[in-house]
Ligand binder design. Structure first.
Ligand SMILES: Cc1ncc(COP(=O)(O)O)c(C=O)c1O
Length: 299
């Protein structure tokens, strides 16, 4: 199966006035460039589940998400690459979105659940019922969460170390990643000697109770998960024009805005070298019609 973790990724220095004013240097690990569909943190979180499927000789993976889910979109891409099947439990009501269309075109079996049924997703009985219906599929929790997802996300660290050497940075002083379930942050933190800051794209109460008081998780969601406001639009427009790096509305755009806030508040000593992990999610921009696209951004 032609599916293994990448061993190199661009680490792109980013020059911006708010970084220079804080006396810091910033680079972005461009995980968004790893693959057109299996981009960002997704490949890492999925890989251990794919390996489990292979070990157990199963047909595919079963997982769940909303109608714009980056996770399901990447899973469908991975299945197309790896030649396995996917069953997706969708948070209803049923709707047509660019993401759903892609899933359908890639042969994903969709089941639309009512919001009430979807709310049961963390209960053992819910999981058992679907596992019974699809015994040949490995269960992947929402967003690629779980111990396996964390282990996979930990593999971002060796990739980052290899990329730091290529940039000629002897190391870095702090890492930043957007947080949804916290899987990526936890996985990276477990493998990192450098502090990893998690920038919360979700309100804190969405997180597992054990994570809510973590001091290295910083609020970044602004007006709520997935909500876009004018200040975010203009920040992203300026960022994209200055760097040529595309951002998404739900995770990376908000996370970078929160990082700017931290720098303005003097959180990091002058001379600090900072690395932001670009976790992808760019397919999600299709659901935000007024999102500034890089090929159309106003200069
Ligand atoms: C683009 C993007 N960035 C960050 C995250 C957050 O990752 P996690 O759920 O592992 O915290 C997600 C969700 O998977 C995502 O799609």
């Amino acid at each position: 199966m032609p599916f293994s973790l990448p061993n190199q990724c661009p680490l792109q220095p980013v020059q911006l006035p708010w970084v220079t004013e804080a006396g810091c240097q910033l680079a972005m690990l461009r995980l968004d460039q790893l693959h057109p569909q299996v981009s960002g943190n997704k490949w890492f979180k999925l890989q251990p589940y794919i390996e489990q499927m292979q070990r157990e000789g199963k047909r595919g993976l079963i997982s769940l998400g909303g109608p714009h889910s980056n996770h399901l979109h990447a899973l469908a891409g991975a299945a197309a690459l790896g030649g396995f099947s996917v069953v997706a439990l969708m948070r209803g009501p049923a709707q047509d979105t660019p993401t759903v269309n892609d899933l359908q075109q890639q042969g994903v079996t969709l089941h639309w659940l009512t919001r009430e049924a979807y709310r049961q997703r963390q209960h053992a009985a819910f999981v058992a019922q679907w596992q019974q219906q699809y015994p040949d599929y490995v269960w992947v929790p929402e967003g690629g969460d779980g111990v396996l997802g964390q282990q996979g996300a930990g593999q971002i660290m060796p990739l980052l170390e290899a990329s730091l050497a290529a940039l000629d940075w002897a190391g870095c002083d702090a890492l930043f990643t957007a947080v949804g379930t916290g899987t990526t942050w936890l996985g990276m933190q477990a493998q990192s000697k450098t502090p990893v800051w998690g920038l919360l794209a979700v309100p804190r109460h969405y997180l597992a109770a054990t994570l809510r008081a973590e001091p290295q998780l910083v609020d970044a969601h602004r007006q709520g998960f997935g909500r876009v406001d004018d200040e975010l639009l203009s920040f992203v427009n300026a960022f994209q024009c200055a760097t040529g790096i595309p951002l998404d509305p739900v995770y990376t755009g908000k996370a970078l805005m929160a990082l700017r806030q931290m720098l303005r508040a003097g959180k990091f000593a002058r001379g600090s070298r900072l690395v932001f992990i670009h976790t992808g999610g760019l397919q999600g921009t299709r659901a935000t019609p007024n999102w500034p696209r890089l090929d159309e951004v106003a200069a």
